[in-house]
Design a protein around this ligand. Structure first.
Ligand code: AMP
Ligand code: MG
Length: 533
């Protein structure tokens, strides 16, 4: 199947979600409860001056979309100012557990799906505008998004994809020409900020919460219809929906979620708000808000100021929280299953898949084939040693990859190499004092590396393909935001170019792989983020 490249305003949209499921034609956009509906048919609210700020050539090429000029009909679509005849825009209804508590109806309060378009490989992808104006699910908020959070979502979606992490994608970042008032840290200091709209792309944006709201409200017919729709469109390999297939489907959701979380742990990504309304039923990273990347290896770290008390969604908690979220989803699917305890098999699949995938990924990062029993203990111990030594996760593994060859050849000068590695990657005030444990670990690792059957070159290649040089460090995203807010898009563009191949060296861009500078340690937007976006 091949399609001709076209601008988005000339793409033909399919509207399977609204055509196959029950919803409402929204008579107005006032916030309200919408019982009995999977969605509300509601269009975007126009903005003053939609203009293109950034574009993902990679995502566009896959969708067969041509890059638009800064202003014009395609950007009007991407900013929410034009709806073409084949689109049936809608806001989805969903609920969710926020920070462990059931929050009732939430829904797309500022996101609107335009429908699906066909990609070059014949698959169908939903295009969703985030920040496109109010919907019946906006509650007390304005339906808009600020440039800083939109840029962060745009950039991180693509960076995660290029790292190989399951994620929704982003096509465009459009400035609106309007301001949006936000109190960035809920400190009583609201101020106007530039507004923006991101066009997000995913096979579907259905979340755990879409099912939970129906189960909670006793809407079993809707629950079944949504489950059947999801299976037919997104899990067709499972066959025709029915009770046995629902169980297999849940198990597959658990498997995919486990793989996604293993990827997060592998690259040091902290989502920041793993509420069940932010969990994709397809096992994709979704809803980039106050996320962050580990710099010092700190399992207890989260960038989300709203979560500073509890640290529920800190880096090291993510595997456990995903399991809890899957338990809540199981509860939401239980009206479709005669023996709810049968859903337990899926949860066990989550546990096993996560453990195994995480272990395999860690071994690749260390250049080790799963040979010996003791390897599990070696990997386990590393987490603790890294935390004590306060080393930068990304830098440590990347530099270790380069060291693998000398370590394997028993040069006799390992101790000096270890101290150099630690000094170059640690944030501790006196790295050598904090790093005794890590030094001991490195000694054992070097001995283990010498037992590895592969040659030094292959080991190094495996490690360099498992340990990215470049990730979207929090302060780099902040610099791109400050540039964009001042009208300079070049820092954003440069980051996009480098993050597209994060495992390559890019010698001219070494500074984008540098340790976090001291000024960024406590700076807002670098070290701390809030949900105010
Ligand atoms: P989040 O924490 O971003 O996942 O959002 C939680 C809920 O709040 C979702 O239902 C969002 O659609 C809604 N929401 C967040 N920000 C806004 C906004 N500015 N306007 C309307 N709804 C919003
Ligand atoms: Mg959300």
């Amino acid at each position: 199947m091949s399609i001709n490249v076209r601008p988005i305003d000339q793409a033909v949209f399919r509207n399977s979600f609204v055509e196959e499921l029950r919803g409402e034609i929204a008579p107005d956009k006032r916030p309200r409860q919408v019982p009995g509906a999977c969605y509300s048919r509601v269009g975007p609210t126009p903005v003053s001056d939609p203009h293109l700020l950034a574009w993902s050539d990679d995502c566009a090429a896959f969708l067969g979309l041509s890059r638009p000029a800064e202003r014009g009909p395609a950007v009007d679509v991407l900013g929410g100012n034009a709806v073409t005849p084949s689109m049936k825009p809608f806001a989805a209804r969903y609920g969710g557990h926020q920070f462990g508590n059931w929050a009732g109806q939430l829904g797309d309060g500022r996101a609107l799906s335009l429908g699906e378009i066909e990609a070059c490989d014949g698959s169908w992808w939903e295009i969703q505008l985030k920040g496109a104006g109010p919907t019946p699910y906006s509650r007390r908020a304005d339906g808009r998004a600020v440039l800083r959070s939109s840029l962060r979502e745009f950039l991180c979606s693509e960076a995660m994809h290029w790292l190989g992490v399951p994620t929704t994608r982003a096509l465009s970042l459009v400035g609106t020409g309007d301001t949006v008032v936000r109190d960035m840290f809920y400190s009583g200091d609201p101020r106007p900020e530039p507004g923006a709209v991101v066009a997000r792309v995913s096979p579907s944006f259905i979340r755990f919460g879409n099912f939970q709201i129906m189960a909670t409200m006793g809407e079993t017919d809707n629950l079944r219809a949504l489950a059947d729709y999801t299976i037919r469109h997104h899990f067709p390999e499972l066959g025709e929906p029915g009770e046995a297939v629902y169980l297999q489907w849940f198990e597959e959701i658990c498997r995919r979620t486990a793989i996604m979380i293993a990827h997060w742990m592998n690259v040091g990504f902290v989502h920041g708000v793993m509420n069940t309304d932010n969990m994709s039923i397809l096992g994709l990273t979704i809803d980039y808000g106050p996320y962050g990347w580990l710099e010092p290896y700190e399992p207890d770290w989260t960038p989300n100021t709203t979560d500073f008390g509890q640290r529920r969604y800190a880096f090291g908690q993510q595997p456990r929280i995903a399991m809890w979220n899957l338990m809540m989803l199981a509860r939401g699917l239980s009206p479709l299953i005669s023996k709810a305890e049968d859903l337990g098999a899926g949860l066990e699949t989550y546990r096993l898949t996560f453990t195994q995938t995480h272990q395999e990924m860690m071994l690749r990062k260390l250049g080790l084939a799963p040979l010996a029993e003791e390897d599990a203990a070696l990997v386990e111990e590393l987490h603790q040693a890294l935390a004590e030594a306060e080393v930068d996760m990304t830098l440590f593994f990347r530099q270790l990859s380069h060291l693998s060859a000398p370590l394997r050849s028993e040069s006799g000068s390992e101790s000096a190499l270890f101290r150099e590695l630690i000094a170059a990657t640690s944030y501790a005030a006196s790295p050598t004092a904090e790093a005794e444990h890590l030094e001991g670990w490195l000694q054992r690792y070097a001995q283990r590396l010498r037992l590895e059957p592969s040659d030094a070159h292959s080991i190094r290649e495996v490690m360099l393909s498992a340990n990215p040089k470049y990730v979207l460090r929090n302060y780099l995203a902040q610099k791109a935001i400050e540039g964009a807010e001042a009208g300079d898009l070049s820092p954003l563009q440069r980051l996009m170019d480098v993050l597209k191949t994060p495992f390559a060296e890019h010698p001219d861009d070494d500074e984008l792989a540098a340790k976090r500078p001291d000024w960024a340690r406590t700076k807002a937007g670098c070290a701390t983020l809030s949900c105010s976006s």
